[in-house]
Design a binder for this molecule. Structure first.
Ligand code: SAM
Length: 282
């Protein structure tokens, strides 16, 4: 940044590029000149919080890693989500995907479902609620639901499980009443049984080792994140997701996202309610 007053001194094009390269290497998220205002606002806010006087000093702090890098990443993520988002995929989950998955298993076996990224938890909790409400075999299998994200702040919120009116708007009222406490100041908390049924973990989709450490899943929901990546990080994420699937496992993307534009390794499955991608057998 030029000059002494950070708030009035925008980043030079070189500074902006240096910062975007750093963020990209850390997260896969691809920002550039077009988002200059968004980027500068966040950097200025973070510099004010940590009390660094110059952009160069702030970059040095980021390069050291540690808590400020985590806070910076948290401030750049877009965490928009809500219960029963794109619910045709949930219909597909109980009608088509799970029947295929359990055909290869015995009653009591582990079925692993991964919501990555999960943001503030609405997606993995929606999966849990949907299965309790709509899948008669839910008690016959050992269902493990994991929610993961790169943003430590939203993971903490997901643990707490407090939700406002907007997040809950698509849930039928009787369903909300069964799984949430009564509203207090317009906030309802998801019941303890459900909070304990979803495991939340920190994961970076473009970090190969961190992804591998989560083990393999039968079904992955990876929705509305690849839109923030460029082609190279989408490809990296798709490789990591492929390796995280059991053979014949399924992956659901957001409705504006397409795996066929990223990788040819998955089989495209067109079900009545959704298009889903499948890891082949071999
Ligand atoms: C728009 S939300 C999507 C949440 C949910 N899947 C949905 O569709 O409602 C995008 C999430 O992606 C997360 N994210 C961004 N880059 C990531 C990365 N490299 N690894 C894991 N999560 C990431 C953000 O923190 C944010 O919570």
């Amino acid at each position: 940044m030029n000059g002494s007053n950070a708030a009035e001194s925008p980043l030079s094009p070189e500074d902006l590029q240096r910062f975007c390269d750093f963020l990209y290497r850390q997260t896969g998220m691809s920002y550039g000149e077009a988002k200059r205002y968004f980027i500068e606002r966040r950097i200025i806010d973070r510099m004010a919080v940590v009390g660094t006087a110059s952009f160069a000093a702030y970059m040095t702090l980021l390069r050291v890693g540690g808590p400020e890098t985590e806070q910076l990443i948290n401030s750049f993520t877009v965490n928009e989500t809500y219960f029963y988002r794109e619910d045709r995929q949930l219909v597909c989950l109980s009608r088509a995907l799970l029947p295929e998955v359990i055909a290869r298993k015995a009653p009591g076996d582990l079925v692993r479902i991964w919501s990555v990224p999960c943001a503030t938890g609405e997606e993995p909790y929606s999966i849990a609620i949907w299965l309790l409400e709509n899948w008669p075999l839910v008690d016959a299998y050992n269902i493990e639901i994991v929610g993961s994200d790169i943003d430590t702040r939203v993971l903490a919120d997901a643990h707490v499980g407090d939700y406002g009116v907007r997040a809950l708007a698509r849930l039928p009222a009787d369903v909300a009443d069964r799984y949430f406490t009564p509203a207090h100041d317009s906030v309802r908390q998801i019941i303890q049984d459900l909070r304990e049924s979803v495991k939340f973990t920190y994961v970076n989709l473009v970090d190969r080792a961190a992804m591998a450490a989560q083990g393999c899943f039968d079904i992955i929901f990876c929705r509305n994140v690849l839109i923030y990546f460029d082609e190279a990080s989408r490809l990296d994420a798709s490789k990591n997701l492929y390796d995280a699937l059991n053979p014949k496992g399924f992956i659901c993307l957001g409705h504006t996202e397409s795996m066929t534009r990223i990788s040819s390794r998955f089989t495209v499955r067109r079900f009545d309610d959704a298009v889903v991608y499948q890891r082949p057998e071999g």
